[in-house]
Design a protein around this ligand. Structure first.
Ligand SMILES: CC(C)(COP(=O)(O)OP(=O)(O)OC[C@H]1O[C@@H](n2cnc3c(N)ncnc32)[C@H](O)[C@@H]1OP(=O)(O)O)[C@@H](O)C(=O)NCCC(=O)NCCS
Length: 198
């Protein structure tokens, strides 16, 4: 036994013109609580349930789970901040989840931005860099993103990023109290990704 502190979990930081995208850390819990609480109604149409009211304990547990998933590379969640404002607030977040390797090399993508920062091109900016990371560093072949037909902002964003519509799923996710139809889209890596052990 030594008294040496445990190593900090691996951290990731990506930068864009206006933003810094960071991997989760439990120290972000107070910022996450304010972000989720302030945007409760804004996020409700597209997000899974989060606790009412959002407590610090709940946020800390969520961030620790996110950090473990990042270590295991089963999901990569990034929280973003304005450049020069690393103490907060959280501007938005995105997540590559359900990362499957082998012959699929694919994942799902989710994202949301604080309503005060909507309509400035910030989510597009964050996603351009995050998708570069997903294809070049995570070596994924396909990123799938799905949105409700009423979520026109999300549809425009995905189209601008080059996502193609692949289908329509009835009663796809249980959101905001009911099963909701979704438009299914995906973006394939610009280069050829060869799965490991292929
Ligand atoms: C979906 C969501 C992330 C889109 O956010 P957004 O800010 O509209 O996305 P973008 O970063 O692409 O910004 C584009 C808008 O900024 C405007 N804009 C302003 N300055 C800009 C700039 N410098 N560069 C690019 N666009 C700019 C664009 O004109 C565009 O507005 P428009 O759609 O009215 O034409 C956001 O609405 C959201 O978080 N919604 C709630 C959660 C949600 O629905 N998540 C998705 C689930 S599928």
């Amino acid at each position: 036994m030594t008294d040496e502190p445990l190593p900090e979990p691996r951290a990731l930081e990506l930068t864009t013109e206006r933003l810094v995208l960071r991997s989760p850390h439990e120290a972000m819990a107070p910022l996450l609580a304010s972000y989720l609480e302030y945007n409760r109604t804004h996020f409700a149409v597209s997000s899974a349930y989060f606790e009412t009211p959002v407590t610090l304990e709940w946020c800390r547990a969520a961030l620790i789970a996110d950090a473990r998933a990042f270590e295991a590379q089963s999901a990569v969640r990034l929280y973003f901040f304005e450049k020069g404002a690393s103490a907060g607030p959280i501007v938005g977040n995105l997540a590559f989840t359900n990362i499957v390797r082998g012959v699929f090399q694919a994942c799902h993508l989710g994202y949301r931005i604080d309503q005060r920062y909507e309509g400035k091109g910030l989510m597009h900016e964050a996603l351009v860099e995050a998708l570069r990371y997903a294809f070049e560093v995570l070596e994924l072949h396909r990123v799938m993103a799905n949105y409700r037909p009423t979520n026109e902002r999300s549809g425009r964003l995905l189209k601008r990023l080059g996502f193609l519509v692949e289908g329509y799923a009835r009663d796809y996710l249980f959101l905001d109290g009911a099963w909701r139809d979704h438009i299914l889209t995906s973006l394939v890596a610009p280069g050829v990704v060869t799965p490991p052990h292929a």
